[in-house]
Design a protein around this ligand. Sequence first.
Ligand code: GDP
Ligand code: MN
Length: 390
Amino acid sequence: MNIHEYQTKELLKNYDVTVPAGRVAHTISHAGSVAEDIGGSRWVVKAQIHAGGRGKGGGIKLADSIEEVQKLSDQMIGSRLVTHQTDNTGHLVQRVLVEQAFNIEKEFYLGLIINRSSQRITLIASSSGGMDIEEVARETPEKVIKEIVDPAVGLHEFQCRKVCARIGLVDKHMQAGVKLMKRFYRCFRDKDALLAEINPLALVEGDRLVALDAKMTFDDNALFRHPDITDLRDFDEEDSKEIEASGHGLNYIALDGNVGCIVNGAGLAMATMDSIALHGGRPANFLDVGGGASPEKIANAFRIVLEDPSVKGILLNIFAGINRCDWIANGIVQAIRDQEIRVPVVVRLAGTNVEQGWVILEESGLEYIKATKLDTAAKKIIEVINEKEQ
Ligand code: GDP
Ligand code: MN
């Protein structure tokens, strides 16, 4: 689960990481009063969406007066912000963060991730922070410093000092850097995060280290023990079909192809997507209906997949181990009896009671294309979609 920048900053503030004075605003007049409350003579207006690259996309603007804060908020709130991290329709901006602006002397990058190969939290830092960090990582990877954390002892002081030295947080800045890294790590651990970034971490006038931008992603499987984090979920930033699917116990992830997939088991779903790709097609989604695929679940799966207008055909791939194909077939028949299926459907059944399964489908009068092997099923659905498209 992702959260907004202003929410991440609130969290970090609770861990004594310095963030700019600021508050979120949903309306133009509120944005103006936030700026007045903060005081000073310069502010930053920041569009709050779950995507990075806002600076380059026009979602981060400096203002020199309250009127300008309001004008910029007016432009941002209600508009759709497109960045290199969004698709070309962008995200709807529903709120802005209004903050005091700083004169930046230097920008650093600071990140924490779970490194899957070492299976450990890794601190990542660079002296070349700011908006071009992806380019830095690609072209000058030696400028990206990594420090692996031993889970038994946590992030050591000496590790922080080493990282500070390598990114140039030295002399009077080192102590502040070390403190900040330790606090950042503690927040990450306490909240079961998967990823956290402070970019830029800025050295500003008065020799202070301030987190000017912050982003955090949490482990969905650990949310049950963090009701405070769960409350921060912004459903508007998520795919509505994914939210609906999770309510029905289905594991659905929207993708950008045109072959709708309904599969039992995550591994088989991955294999199905691979087969589709191998034969030149592109899956429109990942959908795992799970082990006990009841008629209701299959019905919901069809409905959710068909809600996606880019779906031009459906591949239903069931391997019955503990399940039985005759139950599944009954489920399919019930599921689509009440729905208008406007696209071709390829069904592949295998496993326990497969013969009975086919008999049920045949007798139902349902229009479908039969396949017994995954490979042929993938080929067939792509063929029929291509024929229809021509
Ligand atoms: P992102 O592009 O989505 O990562 O948004 P950021 O919050 O990182 O903002 C982009 C850039 O705006 C930063 O890298 C900074 O250079 C700049 N920026 C953000 N806050 C301030 C500020 O208070 N003062 C100044 N001068 N620049 C800022
Ligand atoms: Mn940033």
